[in-house]
Write a protein of this length. Sequence first.
Length: 301
Amino acid sequence: MEFRQLLYTIQIATERNFSRAAEKLHIAQPSLSQQLAKLEKELGVLLFKRSTNSVELTYAGSVFVEKAQQIVDMTDQLRREMEDIADMRKGRLVVGSLPMTGSHVLPHVLPVFRESYPNIEIVLIEESTKRLEQLTANGGTDVSLLSLPLIEPSLAYLPLIEEGICLAVPPDHELADPKYKDTIIPISRLQEEPFILLKKGQGFRAIAHDICQSAGYDPRVVFESGNIETVQSLVAAGMGIAFLPKMVTRNDWQGRAPVYLTLEGNPTRKLVIAYRKGRYLSNAAEAFISTFREIIEKIGV
């Protein structure tokens, strides 16, 4: 049994697809299939049930993947402890991030971290909330920036930011009248409004939905987007209203711009740094978390 076969099996289990697993592993699909067949022959069991449209773990496969993940994690932790003993003279940190959060915060954090720790290689992975939680739970990232609540039970987290959420309306909306500038907008008042939301699978989509449900209704969704800037642009164009984290609001619009208003109850979202429970947090990871906290305090997020 070879270590790479453990990695291959874990990736197949994660992707549930040989082609995607081979692509992520940067090897040819026939080579991946051959390695799995070789491993199954050596073990004397089938690890996966294969059909035309799916790849599913057998019972033996589930046991194997669980133990293989533990071995991979222990090997990774040992390497990181040795790097720490070397006093961070070299190392590698894989950071996961939600696209919305990463695009607005990481440009402030990463240059400072790189200047302080020039020999630590940073690998950035941006994914949707659901996918990022899975990657973090499977050891695909060392730490990840996520928002609460976390669905994956195998994740632990450290709090980072509690950020306010505001309402964005088109400039010609009734609520855009200057008389509402300092008014607190009841969420119940928005029940009949057309909402623009992020696509399903993104954490802030669920937060926006929960805000509406707290007032007793589901949002009437007229548009969805995978990009928060597109959401803002559609609001500015008069296509609907949206809830937005305050970190993404802007005052540099050219022409039509959304109007940002305060919501009743001052809803917030909580950003955290998440990692797999029991996973060793390296000195590099600890330094990244410390740098992140220092920077967000300076920029006032």
